[in-house]
Design a binder for this molecule. Structure first.
Ligand code: UD1
Ligand code: MG
Length: 399
């Protein structure tokens, strides 16, 4: 394992250097192909090349293609089929297939601007090869129950087909959750880096602990080149961004996390690393399901006079909302989770329901870079909480 791991780290370091060199050289090509966006939080109107996730994604995949013969190469020399870890080999190939599929679909989204219903459908389709391999290799659909329920029920229950629905939903959630916590320079890449580092630390802790280590090895082999290529992208996407990552990167990242969580059997721990994304999703629900109007962009509003960001708003009349919309608005109002004002003609101006805007409700107008650092610090703090829940507390609840 050690030799494979050293080779993996070596390949990842080379991938980092190549990605760092390649990104600036490809910027012009993307702009010429009309794949660019305007930074909405600046007043210079400069074209920023977009969808650079496709570059890091390709190098990430190539790194893994080159790595395949290393942990599985002994078959070529020993020619003994009984040694061949067929299951792990198929898992790695299916993981690559799902990630590759997601890069393709993400790039299609960046170029064609797909609708939201497609954004939900695409990860479901891309996760099918993975679920098929899970079915053939494990088909374990049993979940452990907390100690507290052992006396009333059993220690574990088999939820059968629902487990596959859960895993499919995990892929849809991970891909979209990163994509909707976005809109300020460096945030998409920054949060992905912190989640990737958390997963790697967790894998190492499990490998050096007493757990079944093959699953965590596979996860490490995938996460290291991902981390390396994403780190290179961070150099160019951090404030002030000279490239945008596009939905390609968000989908690729989400699918990579979902793949390692599913194949590594640590999907619940993985979700613990997504606490800020879960909070953002829950807070966003009324707008995502259109109970409250959702504009095309919900990112904060740039004030050219001060150079600071303030929260952006959505507007509606209470009587135009559905019953669910009114209930959501009243709950948020009662819990003081929103800021709103009502004009004379009863139009309500309420902050867009994102975690980014929610932070600005507390900080007041704030510089983009400072806001990004604040949210990333929150992500790190949540990862620390996740480790606390996973180790001391899980031991207490699950024994
Ligand atoms: C998601 C969010 C949307 C948010 C957008 C920002 C939901 C339902 N959708 O939409 O509210 O505004 O991401 O990425 O929550 N951009 C910047 N600065 C950045 C990053 C992006 O100005 O640091 C702008 C650029 O114009 C870029 C565009 O956002 O071209 C990319 O948006 P896109 O990824 O297409 O938006 P969605 O993922 O559909
Ligand atoms: Mg996006």
């Amino acid at each position: 394992m050690l030799i494979s791991f050293i080779c993996n780290v070596l390949i990842s370091s080379i991938a980092y250097s190549i990605t760092r060199k390649l990104i600036p050289n490809l910027k012009e090509m993307f702009i010429k192909s009309n794949i660019y966006g305007i930074d909405l939080n600046k007043d210079n109107g400069i074209k920023v090349p977009e969808a650079f996730g496709v570059v890091t994604g390709c190098i990430f995949l190539i790194s893994l293609f080159l790595f395949i013969p290393i942990p599985f190469g002994h078959i070529f020399f020993e020619r003994r089929s009984d040694d061949f870890s067929n299951n792990e080999f198929v898992e790695l190939i299916s993981a690559l297939l799902s990630i590759c599929c997601m890069i393709l679909l993400g790039f299609a989204d960046d170029v064609l601007n797909l609708k939201w219903r497609h954004k939900l459908l695409l990860p479901t389709i891309a996760s099918l090869p993975l679920l098929m391999v899970y079915y053939v290799n494990f088909n374990s659909t049993t979940i452990m129950l907390p100690k507290i329920l052992h006396e009333c029920f059993t220690t574990s229950i088999n939820i059968g087909f629902l487990y596959y629905v859960y895993m499919g939903s995990l892929a849809v959630f991970c891909t979209n959750a990163i994509n909707i916590l976005a809109g300020i320079n460096g945030l998409e890449v920054g949060q992905s880096l912190i989640i990737a580092i958390s997963v790697i630390v967790f894998n190492l802790l499990q490998i050096f602990g007493d757990s079944v280590s093959e699953k965590h090895q596979l996860s490490l082999y995938i996460m290291c080149p991902y981390l390396a290529t994403t780190l290179a992208l961070w150099e160019f996407n951090k404030y002030p961004s000279t490239v945008f990552v596009g939905d390609t990167f968000n989908y690729l990242s989400g699918m990579t996390f979902a793949v390692v969580g599913i194949l590594g059997h640590f999907s619940k721990t993985l979700l613990l690393f997504f606490i800020p994304q879960i909070l953002n999703f829950l807070y966003s629900t009324p707008q995502l399901f259109h109970f409250i109007p959702c504009p095309r962009h919900r990112l904060p509003k740039f004030d050219p006079k001060t150079g600071l960001l303030n929260y952006s708003k959505t507007s509606f009349k209470l009587e135009d909302l559905s019953i669910l919309g009114r209930i959501c608005f009243n709950i948020l109002k009662t819990l003081r989770l929103i800021k709103y004002e009502v004009t004379k003609d009863n139009v309500i101006y309420c902050n867009n329901l994102t975690l980014i805007n929610f932070f600005i409700l507390f900080t007041g107008p704030i510089h983009e870079n400072k806001l990004n650092n604040l949210i990333l610090c929150f992500q790190v703090a949540c990862s620390l909480v996740a480790f606390m829940i996973r180790y001391p507390l899980a031991h207490y609840f699950y024994g």
